[in-house]
Ligand binder design. Structure first.
Ligand SMILES: Cc1cc2nc3c(=O)[nH]c(=O)nc-3n(C[C@H](O)[C@H](O)[C@H](O)COP(=O)(O)OP(=O)(O)OC[C@H]3O[C@@H](n4cnc5c(N)ncnc54)[C@H](O)[C@@H]3O)c2cc1C
Length: 408
């Protein structure tokens, strides 16, 4: 019997993990090919530091080809442009056709900057959610330091990556203080979250003497002299000012806004594969609802938002659950290749919430019992959480570069 072919679209958290894990599960007895327009892995969590010169791009990226090669995985540096689930083929942007027995869609996100008209560096309004954006935010930061004004940090309606907005907020406050500008610069946090510390997961409970997420965040903001505006949509940005949906205007000289994420267009090319936003609808096995031989992991997978908020918020599909999805998908592909039904299931909402939020020289470690609506959890603030974030970055990059996917 010929060896089965697994094709993985995407080479970051989800794609890299899925490709390596499926080889591991089948002890190398499978052909794995990764197709991706990025030939570098990007450790997105460190993008919060890039604008302040605390990281260079080469410190938070590594080339993926050597990693794949050393694990017997074929890497093709191309974007997938269409998926044919009947012929079981994917076409790339050079026209080359790749066939598969099993497909893993790990195509992640792109920014939806058009959600707020005027959200552009031309208006001194930046984002940090891609490497190129974070570099531009750094160029803007240099200009800001030469001619300071007020600062707005925000997360728009339907954004889901609130952790990055908070981390940037506390880092910017730290940098403002370091630059001796604390008394000159007003910092405002604007968010679609219904309350501070909602994070798109419903907030975090308190434990013992530790207050809940909302009160802890409020305390941090107060201590840093930051004003917060919650539960609000953004209507537009002009040079020098952000207009909210309720008509208020907040002046700024520098803004960093986290937009909502959109799925990649290729996901939509297979009939019935995605929801109306282009995210692949999946079962708890991370198999597509429509096709038994297609899986989706990470941001590419659709996750239902279990609550309605008056200003819409998204769900953060963070690194830890992305890895869990990739491992679950790899185990199930191995099951199928070995003639069994997929036997591994992990619902997104039940995966633990694990995150370290950095604050410059301080931080908070966040542990919740589940991703959606955690009712048990702990938040550990202090400089040790900042140190843990730095150590985790080094560890994760080392682990991923060497392809040690079985390590936690
Ligand atoms: C600023 C920021 C800070 C964050 N901080 C944290 C944090 O502290 N902790 C945490 O757990 N998570 C954090 N996250 C979230 C984390 O980055 C995501 O969970 C993770 O990136 C999801 O991985 P992914 O593989 O699904 O998607 P991505 O990382 O977006 O990777 C998608 C891959 O698909 C490729 N691709 C795109 N289009 C195509 C195509 N047409 N064909 C083939 N391949 C394609 C891309 O090139 C890329 O390789 C942060 C995210 C951001 C943006």
């Amino acid at each position: 019997m010929s060896r089965k072919k697994v094709l993985v679209l995407g080479s970051n958290f989800g794609g890299l993990t899925a490709a390596l894990a499926v080889r591991h599960e089948l002890h190398g007895d499978v052909d794995v090919r990764v197709l991706s327009p990025s030939d570098h892995f990007l450790f997105n969590p460190s993008l919060i530091w890039l604008p302040f010169g605390k990281r260079r791009p080469d410190q938070i990226t590594f080339p993926v080809a050597p990693t794949f090669e050393s694990h017997g995985i074929d890497f093709v540096h191309r974007a997938a442009t269409s998926i044919d689930p009947v012929a079981r083929t994917v076409t790339d942007d050079s026209g080359q056709v790749h066939d598969y027995d099993y497909l893993v869609v790990a195509t992640g996100y792109r920014n939806r900057m058009d959600v707020v008209p005027g959200l552009t560096p031309d208006n001194d309004a930046y984002t940090i959610t891609t490497l190129e954006d974070a570099i531009r935010a750094g160029e803007g930061w240099k200009r800001f330091l030469a001619d300071p004004g007020d600062i707005v940090v925000g997360a728009t309606q339907s954004a889901g990556c609130f952790g990055a907005a908070y981390e940037f907020l506390f880092n910017v406050a730290h940098q403002v203080k370091k630059a001796g500008l604390k008394n000159r610069v007003k910092i405002t946090y604007v968010t679609s979250e219904p309350f501070l510390g909602h994070f798109g997961i419903g907030g975090l409970p308190g434990m013992g003497p530790m207050p809940d997420g909302e009160h802890l965040l409020a305390m941090f903001l107060r201590k840093s002299g930051i004003t917060a505006i919650e539960n609000v949509a953004m209507a537009g940005i002009d040079k020098g000012g952000l207009t909210l949906a309720d008509g208020r205007t907040i002046p700024f000289g520098y803004a960093m806004i986290v937009p909502p994420f959109a799925a990649q267009d290729v996901n939509r090319t297979a009939p019935g594969l995605t929801d109306d936003k282009g995210y692949v609808t999946v079962r708890d096995t991370w198999q597509s609802q429509a096709y038994d031989d297609i899986y989706a992991v990470g941001i590419a997978a659709a996750v239902a938002v279990p609550w309605q908020t008056s200003t819409p918020v998204g769900v953060p599909k963070t690194g830890f659950p992305t890895e869990q999805m990739a491992h679950t998908a790899a185990k199930n592909i191995a099951d199928q290749i070995q003639g069994r039904s997929p036997s591994h299931a992990k619902a997104f909402g039940d995966m633990p919430a694990v995150c370290i939020m950095d604050a410059g020289n301080n931080g908070v470690m966040i542990l919740g019992n589940k991703m959606l609506g955690p009712d048990k959890g702990i938040m550990i603030p202090g400089p040790q959480s900042h140190a843990a974030k730095l150590a985790f970055e080094k560890y994760f990059l080392w682990k991923s570069r060497h392809g040690y996917v079985t390590l936690p």
